[in-house]
Design a protein around this ligand. Structure first.
Ligand SMILES: C[S@@+](CC[C@H](N)C(=O)[O-])C[C@H]1O[C@@H](n2cnc3c(N)ncnc32)[C@H](O)[C@@H]1O
Length: 238
């Protein structure tokens, strides 16, 4: 019997494929791959270069420090991976991009094929950005050495929103940022730890009261830690 195609296929272009081995072999991503819900392939950009020495970077025109990733291997890789008739979205990781949020993750999880480009050194030749990239994504206002760690965060954040990956979809729905608020506090056994008691309402079994307490805690916590989220909720920006 023919197996069903994955809901989401992700191709990652990197000069350091070994960095992905551990994180993609564990936990939720491993499970998602095993269930056949996602297909993730990591490609060494050096395989796409025309250079005899597998060179993928060169000195910047105009001088200055560092190296720049060349356009040719990235163009060739993207063009060979784009599937005919399939809507492939090409993402470049960059500190200059739009911030990766839960909303962006949700939108990406609804797509069929993502091609992720991990920059390194001073970044990629600007013609990559102008010519083949659909979206630039940043994981925050700081500069990392390469796009590999951002790609891992991105893949984890997106894959867990693919339907069926997280066993209990309710647990995804109630998480921080899903509804413009932060998650409520969680407790597990024992009910008293080092003299600190679990809030009594959680031990009552009264589902209505527990729900109300959680909603209230969630708003309280958001007001204390991330009031900007509530402002965004009021102005309809999320
Ligand atoms: C050292 S950085 C280049 C920084 C670039 N010269 C600048 O100042 O904007 C090398 C690569 O790491 C990745 N990177 C670094 N910080 C990132 C961030 N905050 N979000 C996403 N990608 C990032 C990008 O792929 C980038 O091309």
């Amino acid at each position: 019997m023919k197996s069903k195609p994955p809901l989401l296929a992700i191709d990652i272009l990197t000069l350091f494929p070994g960095m992905f081995e551990g994180p993609f072999r564990e936990s939720m991503i491993r499970l998602a791959k095993r269930k056949g819900l996602v297909k993730i392939r990591v490609h060494n950009l050096r395989k796409f270069t025309h250079d005899r020495h597998r060179k993928c970077d060169d000195k910047p025109f105009g001088g200055g420090p560092g190296m720049v990733m060349m356009a040719q291997p990235i163009f060739d890789a993207v063009e060979s991976l784009r599937k005919r008739g399939e809507d492939s979205r090409v993402i470049l990781f960059s500190p200059q991009g739009k911030t990766f949020t839960q909303q962006v993750a949700g939108r990406m999880a609804g797509l069929k094929h993502l091609i992720l480009i991990c920059g390194h050194y001073e970044g990629v030749d600007e013609r990559v950005r102008d010519g083949i990239v659909d979206e630039e994504i940043s994981v925050g206002d700081f500069v990392l050495t390469g796009g590999e760690l951002p790609a891992m965060c991105f893949v984890d954040g997106v894959v867990r929103l693919v339907p069926g990956v997280v066993g209990n979809s309710e647990s995804v729905r109630q998480e921080s940022f899903q509804n413009g608020t932060l998650d409520f506090p969680h407790y597990t056994r024992p009910s008293v730890f080092r003299g600190i008691e679990v809030p009594k309402v959680l031990l009552t079994g009264a589902h209505g009261k527990i729900e109300a307490w959680r909603r209230e805690q969630s708003r309280l916590r958001t007001r204390q830690l991330r009031p900007d989220l509530l402002r965004e909720e009021r102005t309809g920006r999320i």
